[in-house]
Design a protein around this ligand. Structure first.
Ligand SMILES: *Cc1c(COP(=O)(O)O)cnc(C)c1O
Length: 490
């Protein structure tokens, strides 16, 4: 194969990617059952002799592209995912062509420089302390784990224990406090760094999933690691950071603890002046913060960011000196992250921030929050139940049985489907409809439909469209499951 053939492979791939990008908004959000069944085309034995690269990419596009979820589009509202800004996608193509290892400045001067540039920009944009270390990992799960590992080693060092040298067996104990509404992966991160998924004090949450500061535990003896949250994954609610930070500061001893914040998507609210003070008061008082780039900042997967107020613990935890790793003043990512070799994730973040600017990031947050509020308003007007206070980009919806007329309620009362059954049926109806996508969650023991507006593309028209689809699907479900009620008019 000569060099020109190699370039032809890349040209073909670029054309296929462009074809996908051009059509992602006009196709159903979920793949058709035929497209998913078509994945059987991949079930072939490992070829004995290699096959042509162009044909391989063609198979990937023809079979793989139709079997994607259109999370890169405007009308996907499932989980909390995020699409990709054109500048970020383009930067990722170039970054992949470069194939830089961002572990050390000696391996990639451009990655090192753009790390430093994004560090400064992000701290400025989010209003975090100027001395923070910023590191790039695979997502918020690993960003939480990185921060928690640094916190663990720092708190143990204050107790006279070198956990990097001596491990955790026999180490002095300290307490870990999390909120009842903590994300499921926060416990995974705690387990990963040896602090235990269940060896935690769980602070009860209020009706929006916020940690109840009045219920923080009394009488904990030693240092405490508190894990708070910016952006409850169902409601978008923020913990009361000022009260939590005050509680921590009131604890006895010179080194009372460490406050960590999981802000996988919510941390970006700091970039929006209209939400910063209203939602996030005290958020910047923490010792460490985790967030995702791939969710709300709309860069490609996988990109998580860890911010640590004091860089020294991060370096102590993740350093891995070898004879050939040069010591220098430049930031060496491999000594501040769980990884050694690593993608230069900062390049897409740089491209996203540069093309958006300060105003653009604020607008990204505002537009998504406005779209969420608009969807909630239209659905409430249409008779659906909005379960949460829509303070950010998350909306929880239930379809409850409409009130029956006095005459019919006595006769048919026991046979009416529950709100639970109706909500589940609504979600199934929407997923089968395919024009938008949202999924279920469990909220206070009941099923709710969760919508997350996390794509930079989702605007007011998409919000109106989504509400229309949901109301149409709700009407179909009610006509099918509550025919008696429906006949009396809703
Ligand atoms: C998504 C999310 C996580 C996990 O993030 P990943 O990027 O999937 O690792 C953690 N916490 C919260 C609040 C989240 O929304």
């Amino acid at each position: 194969m000569d060099r020109e053939d190699d370039l032809d492979v890349l040209r073909a791939a670029a054309a296929m990617a462009l074809d996908y990008a051009a059509t992602v908004d006009s196709r159903p959000v979920a793949p058709s059952p035929e497209a998913v069944a078509g994945l059987a085309a991949f079930d072939e034995p490992l070829p004995e002799a290699g096959l042509p690269a162009q044909a391989t990419l063609r198979l990937l596009h023809d079979t793989g592209s139709p079997a994607t979820m259109a999370t890169a589009g405007a009308r996907y509202f499932g989980f909390v995912i995020g699409a990709t800004l054109p500048a970020a996608l383009g930067a990722s193509w170039l970054t992949n062509a470069w194939d830089q290892n961002a572990a050390l400045p000696a391996m990639s001067p451009v990655a090192a420089r753009l790390h430093d540039v994004t560090r400064g920009w992000l701290l400025d944009l989010l209003g975090l302390p100027a001395g923070c270390a910023v590191t790039y990992v695979t997502g918020a799960t690993m960003a939480n784990a990185a921060c928690l590992a640094a916190a663990r080693d720092e708190l143990l060092a204050r107790l006279g224990w070198d956990s990097q040298a001596d491990g955790l067996f026999g180490a002095p104990a300290f307490d870990v406090v999390i909120g009842e509404g903590a994300h499921s992966t926060l416990r995974k991160s705690l387990g990963l760094v040896g602090l235990g998924r269940s060896r935690v004090h769980v602070v009860p949450a209020d009706d929006q999933g916020r940690m109840r500061a009045d219920a923080l535990p009394d009488g904990l003896p030693g240092p405490v690691l508190v894990c708070a949250q910016a952006g409850e994954v169902n409601t978008g609610a923020f913990d009361p950071f000022d009260e939590i930070a005050d509680w921590l500061a009131r604890r006895p001893g010179p080194a009372p603890g460490w406050l960590h914040v999981d802000g996988a998507f919510g941390l970006w609210a700091l970039a929006d002046p209209t939400r910063r003070d209203r939602l996030a008061a005290g958020l910047t008082r923490a010792d460490s913060w985790a967030t995702d780039g791939h969710k709300w900042l709309n860069v490609t997967h996988d990109c998580g960011l860890a911010f640590v107020r004091d860089p020294a613990p991060l370096r102590r935890t993740f350093t891995a000196a070898a004879g050939y790793t040069p010591a220098g003043d430049a930031f060496d990512a491999m000594h501040h992250t769980p990884q050694s070799s690593q993608r230069a994730r900062q390049i897409e973040v740089w491209a996203a921030l540069r093309t958006l600017g300060r105003a653009g990031v604020a607008d990204l947050v505002t537009r998504a929050c406005d779209a969420a509020a608009e969807i909630a308003r239209r659905l409430a007007d249409g008779g659906l139940t909005v379960v949460n206070d829509v303070v950010l980009n998350q909306v929880l919806i239930r379809l409850d049985a409409p009130p029956t007329s006095p005459a019919s309620s006595g006769a048919s009362g026991g046979d009416e489907p529950s709100g639970e059954a109706l909500t589940r049926a609504l979600i199934a109806e929407i997923q089968a409809d395919g024009r938008i996508w949202c999924g279920p969650t469990l909220w206070h023991g009941q099923t709710a439909m969760r919508l997350s507006v996390s794509s930079w593309k989702t605007g007011p028209d998409d919000a109106a469209f989504a509400a229309d689809v949901i109301l149409t699907c709700a009407a179909r479900v009610l006509a099918r499951l509550t025919p008696a009620v429906n006949a009396t008019g809703r």
